[in-house]
Design a protein around this ligand. Structure first.
Ligand code: PLP
Length: 374
């Protein structure tokens, strides 16, 4: 019996195999054109054909995140580059800002790497505010700050421009930003904001299958990494740069992802960056308006994410049952993450999803809730 013959939530056997459309906040829906591009015949990763592909992909990523900084490619998920970012940049002490499960993860990663660090936390659903950042940086204890732009577990989008402005007031404090669930879906002008490391995996805003990640690294972050010890090998920015200068990766990369990225970049530029960012805003507005009708939004007002809406279950419905019923109709959304299970559910509107997909999903949820009431 294949995975698709089983209800993922109840384990019940289905008569027809069912591949649900993904409205979960990663991996998100992948268009057929991308899947097809991944199947291209491989080239050797020391060949000129590879270097051409590498340059095309790196230059495209730079345009999407508005940077002239170097861009590194990682055959790993974003967590690999979250680890790389702190291992390469912290000389003294790191301040990890926490507003949910993934920002907490970055603190755990920092600690697990044996790096001196402290965390500063707000309640789930709240955003990190610039004043809080200012107060901490003023202590002079920190040389690196980590922040998650879009906290996927709570549907909060932190005010990254205002926070970056504060960080830039302090010399020698590096700003590391997890853009895992916002990159390529929300406009973030990396160079204007002075972001030193901006990172993401590709299974969210980029709309690709999982297994690959990208990051930009500023000159000062790169120089810092030249002085920092114990960075290991796989994620040492110095090693990555040596190969990047030859338009190569240090080790064998996931070529299928590079083909997919090239294909996706072409699609993104065909759509137009502004149109892409606007599409995400429109989908988010639609989902928020729908959620406010019968439920509530979990994110603090004014800080709601443009890529994932975390809905507070004020109606008290059985979320597990709703997810299971939706899956039978071939739609997959997510329950609450960790401690928010039962209390919230999440609808992703990122990557290649269109407003028409969202309309279809919302009708299916409405219909399911009516059926559950009957
Ligand atoms: N950061 C955020 C905001 C995320 O949403 C996720 C995954 O959902 C991660 C980090 C971890 O990413 P990955 O699973 O690609 O390592």
């Amino acid at each position: 019996m294949s995975y698709w013959h089983r209800d993922a939530f109840s384990g019940e056997t289905l008569s027809q195999p069912l591949k649900p459309k993904l409205f979960i906040p990663g991996p998100t829906h992948v268009d057929d054109e991308i899947l097809h591009a991944m199947g291209e015949y491989p080239v050797g990763h020391r060949s000129s054909a590879f270097s051409e592909l590498y340059d095309e992909v790196v230059e495209g990523i730079k345009k999407v995140i508005f940077t002239q900084n170097r861009v590194f490619l990682g055959t790993c998920s974003a967590t690999g580059l979250m680890e790389a970012a702190v291992r390469n940049t912290v000389e003294r002490r790191c301040a990890n800002f926490i507003c949910g499960a993934f920002s907490k993860r970055w603190y755990e990663i920092t600690r697990a790497c044996g790096i001196h660090c402290d965390y500063f936390e707000v309640d789930p659903g709240r955003a990190i505010k610039p004043e809080m950042v200012h107060k901490l940086l003023e202590t002079g204890r920190y040389d690196v700050l980590t922040i998650v732009h879009n906290e996927t577990s709570t549907g909060v989008m932190n005010p990254i421009a205002e926070i970056a402005e504060i960080v830039n007031e302090f010399e020698d404090i590096l700003l590391l930003v997890d853009m895992v669930s916002s990159m390529a879906s929300v406009k973030v002008d990396v160079d204007n904001l002075g972001i030193d490391v901006a990172l993401a995996s590709v299974q969210k805003g980029w709309g690709l299958p999982p297994g690959f990640a990208v990051c930009s690294v500023s000159d000062r972050a790169f120089e810092r990494s030249g002085r920092v010890k114990n960075k290991g090998y796989y994620f040492d920015f110095q090693v990555m740069e040596r190969y990047a200068l030859k338009s190569q990766t240090p080790t064998t990369p996931s070529l299928p992802h590079m083909y997919a990225l090239r294909c996706q970049l072409n699609r993104i530029f065909r759509e137009g960056l502004d149109n892409r960012f606007q599409r995400h805003k429109s989908m988010a507005q639609r989902v928020r308006a729908w959620a406010k009708k019968d439920f509530d939004l979990f994110a603090e007002k004014g800080f709601e994410s443009d890529t994932v809406t975390c809905v507070e279950n004020t109606m008290g419905i059985n979320i597990a049952d709703m997810l299971s019923q939706l899956l039978k109709k071939a739609y997959m959304i997510s329950g609450g993450y960790g401690p928010l299970k039962g209390q919230t559910f999440r609808i992703a509107h990122m990557g290649d999803l269109q407003l028409s997909d969202i309309e279809e999903l919302l009708s299916a949820i409405d219909e399911t809730i009516e059926e559950m009431k009957a």
